[in-house]
Design a protein around this ligand. Structure first.
Ligand SMILES: [Zn+2]
Length: 129
């Protein structure tokens, strides 16, 4: 699949956004629900032990690993029954947001544009499996 112009992909996607869509509601709505759930959960905590507090770290690691596996597997490969997720993510999302628009111009260690970021995005958008 040849790489398409990211600006053209972005214009096409923006043109498909329905008139009723309100971006700040999309941002604030789920955030408020998440913060309310966190606040409710925090109120239920009563004098946690050190081990209970340390348990948070492996849960965060596992949650991030889960996200990474789903991203790499379901969002970057056509999985039977989940093709819609691949279509929305790889050709559209990574097509509109290329390494030019999403990767840091200069990596913290001084290299120009994060090569790993650009390589991953380019591979996902030009060679989806
Ligand atoms: Zn991706």
């Amino acid at each position: 699949m040849p790489a398409r112009d990211s600006e053209a992909i972005r214009r096409e996607l923006v043109a498909r956004i329905p008139g009723w869509y309100i971006p700040w509601v999309h941002l604030v709505g789920p955030s408020l629900v998440g913060f309310a759930l966190i606040a409710t959960a925090v109120r239920w905590i009563e004098r946690p032990s050190v081990w209970e507090l340390l348990f948070v770290l492996p849960v965060l690691v596992l949650a991030n690993a889960n996200e990474w596996v789903l991203h790499k597997g379901v969002l970057h490969h056509r999985v039977p029954g989940l093709g819609f997720a691949f279509e929305r993510h790889t050709p559209q999302h990574h097509g509109a947001f290329t390494c030019r628009t999403t990767c840091p111009r200069t990596a913290p260690w001084g290299a120009s544009r994060s090569s790993a970021c650009c390589a991953a995005i380019t591979r996902a958008t030009t060679h989806p499996s």
